[in-house]
Design a protein around this ligand. Structure first.
Ligand code: NCD
Length: 300
């Protein structure tokens, strides 16, 4: 049974296969319109979402599948009565052919997959991973820059709780000569275990303290929102805000990405800059998720 649980599960070859399939879906959507018309996908979101949920649901519908879903699974499913994720999956497996799950627990996707009755797609697990986001992020980098090997990427914002960051750097680490720079407030630095993982894979992580310490010829600036729902207390607001003035200190070829939602970390005055690719990035999510649904059902 094929699940999508973590960026750890992919090889470079797997990624190229997913990206090629994504390109084909984008170019020939009609070809896939009935690929999953015998399937029902359960969509269980225990945390808020706009893009991930609606793009997964649209992806399923565009492939001909049907969806069943519960609005706000944290309150409206039996989780509130104390049901475990495993028991929920055992029940849903009697109704649906796959389940997409977002949950506040880092281990939620693995717990769901441990039942091994239907494919599980991790749509965000606590502060752990968000592999489908990382795939669409990398797909965007590949398409905009024409390469992934050798890219210089700066990760900004919440490197501690940001699951999109954790999944993205794992994927980037599969490529050759990648350089990763980190810029965040002290309270939101990248955990040591990820720095170690990069080191083991031959990537030196360069921690920076100001915009000035980042190379001007970065290929990608990847900003993120401080995940304020994940901690108690007040660590203040984002200090490293990208506005037009800051962006103009970088190369004209540096692209600006963000998993969204953005709050204050990217000013709206850069939205019209050709380097601001975050809305296009979000739209790529639809096609990448169509590719992943096809793959879990072996219908690619
Ligand atoms: C991200 C998430 O949920 O981790 N959102 C998304 O899926 N695009 C990032 C965030 O919420 O800040």
């Amino acid at each position: 049974m094929k699940h999508i649980l973590s960026s750890d599960q992919f090889t470079k070859e797997d990624l190229e296969e997913i990206f090629k399939l994504t390109d084909d879906i984008k170019n020939n959507p009609k070809k896939y319109a009935n690929s999953l018309n015998d399937k029902i996908i359960a969509v269980m979101f225990y945390e808020p979402s706009t893009r991930t949920r609606l793009s997964f649901e649209t992806a399923a519908l565009k492939l001909g599948a049907k969806i069943i879903t519960t609005e706000n699974a944290k309150e409206f499913s039996s989780a509130i009565k104390g049901e475990t994720i495993q028991d929920t999956v055992r029940i849903i497996a009697g109704y649906a052919d796959a389940m997409v799950i977002r949950h506040s627990s880092d281990t939620s996707a693995e717990e769901a997959a441990s039942v091994n009755k239907i494919p599980i797609l991790n749509a965000g697990a606590g502060k752990g991973e968000h592999p489908t986001q990382a795939l669409l992020d990398l797909y965007t980098i590949r398409n905009k820059k024409g390469k992934i090997d050798g890219v210089k990427v700066a990760i900004l914002g919440d490197l501690l709780y940001g699951r999109t960051i954790h999944s993205l750097i794992k994927l980037l680490s599969l490529y050759d000569n990648v350089e990763i720079y980190g810029l965040s407030k002290k309270a939101f630095e990248l955990p040591e275990k990820y720095i170690e993982m990069l080191k083991e894979r031959g990537i030196e992580y360069k921690k920076c303290n100001s915009f000035d310490e980042l190379p001007r010829d970065l290929d990608v600036i990847y900003h993120t929102r401080i995940q304020s729902e994940r901690f108690e207390g007040d660590y203040g607001k984002e200090e490293f805000i990208i506005n037009k003035k800051v962006l103009d200190t970088f190369s004209k070829d540096t692209i600006l990405l963000h998993p969204l939602p953005r709050v204050i970390e990217i000013s709206t005055d850069v939205d019209d800059d050709p380097r601001a690719c975050y809305f296009e990035q979000a739209h790529n999510g639809l096609y990448v998720r169509m590719a992943l649904l096809l793959q879990v059902f072996d219908r690619a």
